[in-house]
Design a protein around this ligand. Structure first.
Ligand code: UGA
Length: 422
């Protein structure tokens, strides 16, 4: 928003995060983001604070807090959203430039926006539900140049027109660039978000189910994905078979969606998502079982190198990371596991001092009985198989992301095991 020329105050209850952001240092890894942050902090267009009073004069209030999975259940935890709304409420009627807008970006169960709109109505502020579609690692690019913008607007046409006008002004460069902008009611906007993530998760589980078929028949899922992807109706993206989806969004969003469908009495509509979730879990089991079988039926006394801790490359986010889950299961079965990750490594070392974290793949692989590539970082795709072979005890690599060229690795003397390909 600051990069688009707006005057922005970022509020967070976490004082350490606010202090770090105020120094121009992001508390997460995203290529190119630190420069953009520093530039905007320096220009004075972007400030951070823990004090809600600092946003009293703002006209537009974005809510972008997390909605994690509740402990012990599937539903979304709305504590942070509700607390943000409650903290915002006393400050909503102070500004002078025109109508005040609250803009919801958090991923919420359908029906939440209507409740928030009611809560803020006495202040005269209007609510727009404006779901966020950015990918971690591409947050800036996806914000400045999104595929589409969705506005969930109030029912009353006059309020809807006013709210749309204010938000159009905020996004004026995007509107001028003719990025598709769809206006809907609140429920549709909320559903667009979870429907999109459910579709993406389904696509990944579909190709992972095909990987199971390929493994049973000796077929190659990478060729299969390419061949079906040539059909525009299917498309090539999000058809990479591997150890499945993780992160802070897809897994918890499909679960919260199923929980909400249950509350609405339409749980049958989403039972297929249960299958999407279990196909996803099975891929993690598959890697653990393949490694154990190949090591003679037990991990006891074995050394395993794990390349990757983040849930995907170009991110240091380890929330619901398939790589970390697999590493933890193998370590729980008695192996000595050494993990390396270009961005998440230092964070992992600080968070879990007893976990063995190496600085690079060659160090992690020293003496290993098997190497698992679980996050497809560029650094791992570019590894030198000959140099890595000199480091290990047994040259066997399980490529959990089909990121390497099997022929190159086999020619260098490795036993190569991919996902759903010979
Ligand atoms: C996802 C969506 O892609 C965004 O559009 C959405 O805005 C975001 O969630 C959100 O709800 O906030 P993100 O969690 O950053 O974005 O990650 P993705 O790039 O979608 O990847 C998710 C997982 O799927 C990763 O673990 C990745 O390794 C895995 N994946 C992705 C595959 O296993 N195969 C693929 O073909 C693609």
């Amino acid at each position: 928003m600051a990069e688009l020329g707006h005057d922005v105050v970022g509020i967070d209850v976490d004082a350490a995060k606010v202090a770090s952001l105020s120094r121009g240092v992001a508390p997460f890894h995203e290529p190119g983001f630190d420069e953009l942050l520093a530039r905007n902090v320096e220009s004075g267009r972007l400030r951070f604070s823990t004090d809600f009073a600092d946003l009293a004069h703002a006209q537009v209030h974005f809510i972008g807090v997390g909605t994690p999975q509740v402990q012990g259940g599937y539903a979304a935890d709305l504590t942070y959203v509700n607390s943000a709304v409650a903290s915002l409420l006393p400050h909503l009627n102070h500004h002078v430039d025109g109508p005040t807008l609250v803009v919801g970006k958090s991923t919420v169960p359908v029906g939440t926006a209507a409740t928030i709109a009611e809560t803020i109505a006495p202040t005269g502020a209007l609510l727009v539900w404006n779901p966020e579609f950015l990918r971690e690692g591409f947050a800036v690019q996806d914000t400045i140049s999104p595929d589409r913008i969705v506005y969930g607007l109030p029912k009353d046409p006059e309020s809807a027109g006013t709210a749309q006008g204010v938000l159009d002004d905020v996004y004026k460069q995007l509107i001028a660039a003719e990025i598709p902008r769809l206006t809907t009611d609140y429920a549709t906007a909320e559903l667009v978000k979870v429907a999109a993530n459910s579709f993406l998760a389904t696509k990944i589980s579909f190709i992972n189910a095909m990987a199971e078929l390929c493994e049973a028949t000796g077929a190659d899922v990478t060729q299969l994905a390419e061949a079906i992807g040539h059909d525009d109706r299917i498309g090539k993206k999000f058809l990479r078979a591997g150890i499945g989806f993780g992160g802070g969004c897809l897994p918890k969003d499909i679960r919260a969606f199923m929980a909400r469908a249950g509350e609405l009495g339409v749980d049958q509509a989403l039972t297929f998502l249960r299958e999407v979730d279990s196909i996803n879990d099975r891929r993690r089991d598959h890697v653990v079982n393949t490694a154990r079988d190949g090591l003679g039926g037990t991990f006891e006394g074995k050394k395993v190198a794990v390349l990757g801790a983040a849930f995907k490359p170009d991110s240091d986010d380890m929330r619901n990371s398939p790589a970390l889950d697999i590493a933890a299961r193998i370590s729980g079965e008695g192996a000595t596991v050494v993990i390396t990750d270009p961005a998440a490594g230092p964070k992992l070392r600080a968070a879990r001092p007893t976990t063995h974290v190496a600085d690079d793949a060659y160090t992690a692989a020293a003496g290993a009985d098997v190497v698992l590539l679980l996050t497809e970082w560029k650094q791992f795709k570019e590894l030198d198989p000959t140099r890595l072979k000199d480091a290990v005890n047994n040259p066997w690599i399980i490529d959990g992301r089909n990121a390497l060229d099997p022929t190159t690795w086999r020619d260098a003397g490795w036993t190569y095991t991919g996902i759903g390909r010979p």
